[in-house]
Design a protein around this ligand. Structure first.
Ligand code: ADP
Length: 462
């Protein structure tokens, strides 16, 4: 493709251009030659009439000599023709005595000096000879092959053609290597992108062989993109399989519970009550999972627009604590707050933010043993508000810390089933804080406790 472009854009116009130049050059030289021949013919005709050469036979020999010399010097043939068309002198001695009535001679006798190139390339120049009474007594005809003109132009042309050919070949070779260096890697990148678009996200471009920097960058960016796509793809697959799994468990419990009542005869009343109670709690669990999922999906799709209003965070925390107090009391956990600054005002979406922080507090109570404590601290600088939820609970192992924000991720699956978590709470919190343009960090030590630190900007720009 590159080669074709090169031929079209480079070689073809160049060849056309040089051709035109040589044609013009040739024409120019022929024109010059015509003028020169006409000039010579004029000089000779002048001399012939001045010295009555045509009538004075004594002077003929003298003129014969002069004509031969002139013709030799100028590399042309001179014919002197009388008014009846008979050749009286010929520098080549071939046609003396013959009748020579070509078009140019007739025109010259008609008093029109002519210089013209014939089809066979020969240039004719004819000038009439006048006597002292201005009678036309003959014609001087000079003919010259245009070969010497063409030969000169042809010579230059050959040389320039050779040069052109050499340049074309050299550039073609360079192009070939340039194609190898630039196009091959691009082709590689392209083929991988095509495979990716077909859904093969495991494809990677080998960067090692690529010498060119920009293309290596492109390959690198493509690989990065592939990695991200692969991650999205896996997390989507995991998400779907997690959802199915999470919903399947309560469903099979419900099935087992109902079957065991159905298959037994004379089921005692208490068993009914107990099993139905269990079934209800499984249904509750499913509802909880589905509600959390819906919340997450809505956050993801940004379906519910985020509505920032200036809110006093201290009051907000007091409300959350008030609502969580019964839960903490149940486990004899001390739940308290510390305000390092009074009246911290921040732009938040109240409903979403309360849910996010409540999740953290609920977790803190959930994963702290009886008699522990949970502390909420609020602080701010001139740009950000900082809110931390610290507990004295079971903590999170170091290698689990990075995973807890993943959907459905739970450190201890069995225990969590008892505590009733869905594994979606922290994902919701994380998404919400990101929507507030903030960040969330965790520090934790197993058996000592966990601290979640949330930072959000005080002002949200539109
Ligand atoms: P869950 O509904 O299971 O609590 P989350 O997304 O809220 O789901 O939390 C994910 C996991 O992170 C929990 O299952 C738990 O193992 C761990 N975790 C969250 N908060 C704490 C905490 N304060 N202390 C210890 N572990 C925690």
């Amino acid at each position: 493709m590159l080669l074709l472009t090169y031929i079209l854009v480079g070689v073809v116009p160049l060849v056309l251009f040089t051709n035109t130049i040589f044609r013009t050059m040739n024409e120019y030289f022929v024109e010059e030659r015509k003028k020169e021949l006409l000039n010579q013919a004029n000089i000779l005709s002048g001399k012939i009439s001045a010295s009555h050469y045509l009538y004075d036979t004594k002077k003929r020999n003298e003129f014969d000599e002069e004509i031969r010399i002139t013709s030799n010097q100028g590399n042309f043939r001179v014919l002197v023709i009388d008014a009846s068309g008979i050749v009286v002198n010929d520098s080549s001695r071939q046609d003396i005595g013959k009748t020579y009535l070509v078009q140019e001679v007739i025109e010259a006798l008609d008093n029109k000096d002519v210089s013209r190139q014939q089809e066979d390339g020969v240039i004719y120049a004819t000038v009439s000879i006048l006597d002292e009474y201005s009678n036309k007594i003959g014609v001087v005809l000079i003919s010259a092959l245009s070969d010497d003109v063409s030969a000169t132009v042809g010579e230059i042309r050959n040389q320039s053609n050779l040069l052109l050919a050499v340049i074309t070949i050299v550039v073609a070779i360079l192009m070939y290597f340039a194609t190898k260096i630039f196009i091959e890697p691009i082709k590689k990148v392209l083929s991988v992108i095509i495979k990716m678009s077909e859904g093969h996200f495991d494809q990677r471009i080998e960067i090692k062989g690529i010498r060119h920097n920009e293309i290596a960058d492109l390959a690198f960016a493509c690989n990065n993109m592939a990695e991200k796509l692969e991650q999205v793809d896996t997390s989507r697959q995991n998400f779907v399989s997690n959802v199915s799994h999470e919903l399947k468990t309560p469903l099979s419990s419900i099935k087992v519970l109902s079957e065991s009542i159905l298959l037994q005869e004379n089921v005692p009343q208490e068993m009914y009550v107990e099993f139905l109670g269990d079934i209800i709690s499984e249904v509750d669990r499913m509802t909880e999972i589905i509600n959390d999922l819906l919340t997450l999906v809505k956050l993801d799709q940004k379906e519910v627009p985020i509505l920032f209003t200036e809110t006093e965070l201290n009051k907000l925390v007091i409300d959350i604590v008030k609502r969580m107090k019964p839960l903490a009391n149940e486990k004899k956990i001390v739940l308290h707050y510390t305000f390092l600054k009074e009246a911290i005002l921040a732009d938040i979406d109240k409903t979403k933010f309360v849910l996010a922080i409540s999740n953290l507090v609920e977790n803190a109570i959930k994963y702290t043993a009886e008699g522990g404590s949970v502390t909420i601290t609020i602080d701010s600088d001139h740009q950000n508000a900082f809110l931390s939820v610290a507990d004295t609970g079971i903590g999170i192992a170091e290698d689990e810390i990075n995973k807890i924000f993943e959907r459905f991720y739970r450190v201890d699956k069995t225990r969590n089933r008892e505590t009733g978590g869905t594994g979606l709470g922290l994902s919701i919190t994380h998404s919400t804080i990101l929507m507030h343009n903030g960040s969330i960090k965790v520090t934790s030590k197993e058996q000592e406790g966990t601290t979640f630190l949330v930072r959000i900007p005080l002002r949200q720009t539109a």
